[in-house]
Design a protein around this ligand. Sequence first.
Ligand code: KG4
Ligand code: ZN
Length: 322
Amino acid sequence: MKILGIETSCDDTCVAILDGPKCLSHLFASQDHNRFGGILPEYAARNHMTTLPKLVECSLLDAKVALGDIDVIGVTYAPGLLGSLMVGTSYAKGLSWSLGCKFIGVHHIEGHILAAQYDCGIEFPYGALVISGGHTLIAIAEGLGHYTLLGSSLDDAAGECFDKVARELGLSQPGGPAIEALARDGKANIPLPNPLHNDNTCNFSFSGLKTAAIKAAKDACHSDLAASLQHAIATTLSERLSNAILLRPDITNWALVGGVAANRYIFSMLHDSVAKYGCKLYCPSIKLCTDNGVMIAYAAKLYAEEGRFSDLNLQPKGTLRL
Ligand code: KG4
Ligand code: ZN
């Protein structure tokens, strides 16, 4: 079964082709975030319109697959920037209709969670800490399409906190990788808040931490601030994940997914912290942590194997709970 996976929920245009579990092509085109100091939704959507058809063409050449050989098209239909989602879903629906092949709409967060299964071989049920630019949440992946939400951010996402502080420091966007690189030269010696420290839920809060870091940016050494922010984010993630482990002692395998999971300092702290409970933490390779077409193609593969296809009337949704 050859599956074309398309991901356009935010600013990156991502395409992948799987043949069963084998990845034949994995391409993406990133937009220039620095022109507007972040993502401009209208610009992002227009960019997908011109980039997506070309990227699909390149991906077919890369995979040495003819368009007519595609059996299933999987596409992110929610959540994300509505304009960007509309471009991806309209394109995928049109292509699937013209080819007469199956169409599957994939929830973006489910795609991230399944990336751990694809890359690390982890099986249901497992816990997942999703840390991306738009979402921070903890869920138990009980089965395909079946997730129990334990907690989520009450305000900003972890990635947003990295990005906004990076912008204040004059670093390039997306800010997470830039902060991680700068933090290597710094010391985590600047006191920053530890959000919801005494709270025993699995919820998160990052807006207070973000504001405190932005305020500290005026006088602090930037590399020390980067190291302190990274440490503070890792600490709160570790505390919330510990709460989740205590809440669901039946779950021993945990996955760290989403763009922020690419951060090696965070992975290492969380890895050690879950080990204290006798649990194991899995994390996909960096290219499969950030947005990608492979996770969407893989999710579509699992749904297709169960014969769970989408209707061509499926509408994109900017917000949709897991
Ligand atoms: O999952 P993702 O690619 O897109 C969304 O679904 O939002 O996540 C993007 C986020 C951005 O906020 C970016 O700054 C962050 O992931 N990110 C990182 C790193 N690489 C990407 N944050 C911290 N350290 C990194 N190395
Ligand atoms: Zn994402």
